[in-house]
Each structure stands twice: as structure tokens, then as C-alpha cells.
Design a protein around this ligand. Structure first.
Ligand code: ADP
Length: 460
């Protein structure tokens, strides 16, 4: 049975071919991805847009299923053909029985750090040494690549100077092709349909660009380093499970020269910059409360999915064209509660038990949310102004807490304080925080309908 409650924007997969069209209907093949654009046109039908052809038309709701999330699987790999450090003879063994175009990549044992592309052709295995030159990879000093993914992509389509195009990857035992899984579940997008625009942000691991994908404005994070791209696969997998109006939505990924992560475009950038560049003369406290509520609702949804964000901060909240705040950056989001590398922890946002015992839970996200509330009501100031990270760690442990930001409503400050309870279980859950914020909203904006999102004055 098809679920009749799908919202506009839901992506679904066609269960079969549909070619005998009645007027107004959309043509598609089994496995095609369709985006619902209107749910009210005709009973039992949706108005949908074909993700590849861009055509629009009616689809019978029973002929499609919702696009599925990817399962978190440590074997999921962008480089399933990469076998790590194995010797030449071992590679030859793995490429039996021989088959033209069967290939793998290994790390050289004799020259550590160098890679070797091993390809089966005419019953033999040829070993091509991959050389690092000027931070690029090459086999023949003619074609250069950013990374192995890029190289394999090229030689899968072009013979270049090697004996055969790469036809079939020999997968490492236990590895599962991310490309195949992404494509099966409808998350793989097509590079030829993407128009890249200007850079809009610089992340730690790659630039973020504005772009257009089949008429839709999108943001594209491009990760060129293959090891980092592999790590980001985890973030992407988590994002396939999440659909909420206050979480930045993943549209899909493109595997080209590394990893392109395509999300909805948040035209007003991150919340810290939004608040800093406008300030209190432009943004009033009703708008601030809207932002606080938006984030809280996004976090309430994560809480309901038993997911812990672990890097909640205003820099990781983005603002849409219509000034809705959405949580982003799910890089550290996990179901479990231990981290492996606490050197990377954002100290000023991390709960004491996170810093001391690496214990993370929804309640440690609530602590970070308190700091984020402080950032919102101080118009994007750096928390614990003038204090070093070491000082913050020590003082907070001894009970020190930040003062209320200037002109912060007392009710909001008391919310920050309960988020900063030393004992995690004394901190409220996100759904409780939302109720309290709604009460605050009612106090300063008695008729929310008339004030909705117009609390921000013109000029921004
Ligand atoms: P980081 O690597 O620091 O976590 P990101 O790579 O996620 O950061 O993003 C860097 C910057 O790019 C953000 O602060 C924001 O300004 C911009 N950005 C990221 N994603 C989007 C998006 N979907 N829409 C608009 N801007 C974005």
C-alpha cells in the first residue's frame, strides 16, 4: 500500500515501467526517481517531476515507493576495488579466473605510499605503477588525477595508454560498492545535469558551491581527497535517513573526481554570519526566537530517531531564503555514544561529560543547544568571550556558566541555564524545551500568526 501522507519534495522510486500514458500522466521506467511536486491534483495520484528528464506529470501513488535510506554499513566503500597493501603475486591470485578488464588497486609493498593498478588482459595481469607528482597521480605522465577514484573513473571510460579499459572491479572481501548501493536506492545523481556556480563557503574538507540541478537551486560540497570522501560517506548515509523541515536536506550524491554532496541551497548562509552581519538593529527578538524554535524542532526530530549530533553550534545551522533555520553538518552524528578522537571536539560547545569521559547523548546535544541559544541571543558572538579553551574546560567543570547576553529575555536565559545542568539527566529533553520556547514566544509575540517571520525588518 502506498502511504498517502507523502509531502511535496518526497523522492520516490518507480516500481515498474509506465509507458501507456493517459492524458497528463508522466512516463517513467522501473527504478526512475521522481520528486513529488503537488499532492492535491487528483485523488490517488501525485503530480511529480522526473529527476532525469525533468518532465512533470501525474503518477499513480500505488506505482511508486518512497526512496529508501542507506543502511549504515562499515563495508560501504567508494573504492571497493582498493585492496590496501598486498604483493604483486597476491594481486595476480585475486584476479583469477582471468577476465579482460578485471582490475584492482593495491598499495605497493616495495615502494610504500605508491599505488599499483593491476589489470587482467589476455590471460595476463599487468601492473601499472601510479606515481605521485605535484600532488597529483599519474601512470603515464600524460593524464593526471586528483585521487584514485578520479583515475579509475577515467580508465573505466577511456583506454588511454593502458592495455584495456577497466571493465570490472575485483572487490575487496567485505567491501560493498557505495556507487551500486547509492544507485539502487536512488541517491546517485548525474554530473551532466549539474551546473556549478560560485563558491559560497569553504569547509574544513572542501569548498561548497552554489549550483543548479535540473532547474532546482542546490548547494554542492566537493570533497576531492579520497580518504576524506570515504569518511564523508558516513555523514551522507546518515542524511539519507533524515527528512525534516529543520534539517538541511540531502538531495543526492555524485561520484565524480571524489564525492559531490548535493543538498538544498540555504541562500542566507550560516546562522553565525547571518546574525553578525545584520545585528540587533535589523533582527528582533521574535526572529531570534523563531531561529531557536526551528533548531529545537530539528533536534527534537533527531532525538526521536535516537541520533546524537555532537557538533551542534550556530556555525552548523544554515538559514534558508525564507529565514527558516535548519541544522546541518551531520559529520559526527552517531547512534552510539563514544568518540574516537576527542582532539577534534568543539570545546566551547561540548558538555562536561563529553570532554571528560567522551560520553555523548541527546542530553549532551541539549548542553550544546544551550550554548547555541546564547550565540543566537548575543547575535553571533563567540561563546565564553576572551576565555581560552583550557580555562573554559576548568571553569565550567567548577560550575562557572556564561552570563545572559545583553537584552536577552529572562525566560530564555533560564532555558540556557537548565541546558547547562552539570548532571545530564537534569537537562530537559528537546520536546520539553520546545514547549517552553513556545511559551516564551507567546509572551513576546501574543499573536504568532501576525508576527510570523516578519519580525525581521526589511533590508536584509
Ligand atoms: P564545515 O566543513 O566547516 O563543517 P561546510 O563544508 O558544511 O562546513 O560548510 C561551509 C560553509 O559553506 C557553511 O558555513 C555555509 O556558509 C556554506 N554552506 C554549506 N552548506 C550550504 C548549503 N546547503 N547552502 C548554503 N550554504 C552552505
Amino acid at each position: 500500500m502506498a502511504k498517502m501522507s507523502w509531502a511535496v519534495g518526497t523522492q520516490c522510486v518507480a516500481k515498474g515501467d509506465h509507458r501507456k500514458l493517459k492524458p497528463g500522466e508522466l512516463a517513467y521506467n522501473k527504478g526512475d526517481i521522481l520528486t513529488i511536486v503537488d499532492t492535491s491534483t487528483k485523488k490517488g495520484y501525485y503530480q511529480a517531476k522526473h529527476n532525469t528528464t525533468g518532465e512533470e506529470g501525474l503518477i499513480n501513488s500505488t506505482n511508486v515507493r518512497e526512496r529508501e535510506a542507506l543502511r549504515v554499513d562499515p563495508g560501504l566503500s567508494l573504492m571497493p576495488w582498493f585492496h590496501g597493501k598486498i604483493s604483486g603475486p597476491e594481486a595476480v591470485c585475486k584476479l583469477q579466473p582471468s577476465e579482460d578488464g578485471l582490475f584492482l588497486v593495491r598499495e605497493s609493498i616495495r615502494h610504500p605510499g605508491d599505488y599499483v593498478l593491476c589489470v587482467s588482459v589476455s590471460g595476463e595481469v599487468i601492473h601499472y605503477r601510479v606515481i605521485y607528482q605535484d600532488s597529483k597521480l599519474t601512470i603515464d605522465n600524460t593524464q593526471y588525477f586528483y585521487n584514485l577514484i578520479d583515475m579509475i573513473e577515467f580508465y573505466s571510460k577511456n583506454k588511454g595508454s593502458i592495455a584495456t579499459t577497466l571493465l570490472k572491479p575485483k572487490q575487496k572481501q567485505g567491501a560493498k560498492s557505495a556507487e551500486l548501493e547509492l544507485s539502487k536506492n536512488g541517491w546517485l545523481m548525474d554530473i551532466t545535469k549539474l551546473i556549478l556556480g560560485e563558491t559560497i563557503g569553504e569547509g574544513e574538507f572542501g569548498a561548497v558551491y552554489e549550483g543548479e540541478y535540473m532547474g532546482q537551486r542546490v548547494a554542492v560540497k566537493i570533497i576531492k581527497c579520497d580518504v576524506t570522501a570515504q569518511a564523508f560517506l558516513q555523514e551522507t548515509t546518515v542524511m539519507t535517513k533524515l527528512q525534516h523541515k529543520n534539517l538541511v536536506r540531502l538531495l543526492g550524491v555524485i561520484l565524480h573526481k571524489g564525492l559531490h554532496i548535493v543538498t538544498e541551497l540555504m541562500t542566507k548562509g550560516n546562522l553565525v554570519n547571518f546574525l553578525r552581519t545584520r545585528g540587533r538593529s535589523v533582527v528582533n527578538s521574535v526572529q531570534l526566537l523563531h531561529f531557536a524554535l526551528d533548531v529545537c524542532e530539528g533536534m527534537e526530530y533527531l532525538e526521536s530517531k535516537k541520533l546524537v549530533h555532537r557538533d551542534l553550534a550556530a556555525r552548523n545551522v544554515l538559514v534558508s531564503d525564507d529565514k527558516v533555520a535548519k541544522v546541518s553538518d551531520f559529520g559526527l552524528t552517531k547512534v552510539d555514544s563514544k568518540v574516537s578522537d576527542n582532539a577534534k571536539l568543539p570545546v566551547k560547545w561540548t558538555a562536561p561529560e563529553g570532554l571528560k569521559k567522551e560520553k555523548f547523548s541527546t542530553k549532551s546535544d541539549v548542553w550544546s543547544y544551550g550554548v547555541l541559544l546564547w550565540e543566537i541571543f548575543s547575535y553571533g558572538r563567540q561563546p565564553y568571550p576572551k576565555m581560552s579553551l583550557q580555562e573554559v574546560k576548568e571553569k565550567v567543570e567548577q560550575g562557572y556558566r556564561m552570563e545572559a547576553p545583553e537584552d536577552c529575555p529572562p525566560g530564555v536565559y533560564s532555558l540556557m541555564r537548565i541546558c547547562w545542568e552539570q548532571e545530564p539527566r537534569k537537562r530537559p529533553a528537546f520536546h520539553k524545551l520546545r514547549e517552553k520556547l513556545e511559551r516564551e514566544m507567546a509572551k513576546i509575540s501574543p499573536s504568532p500568526g501576525s508576527q510570523h517571520r516578519d519580525g525581521i525588518r526589511s533590508g536584509c
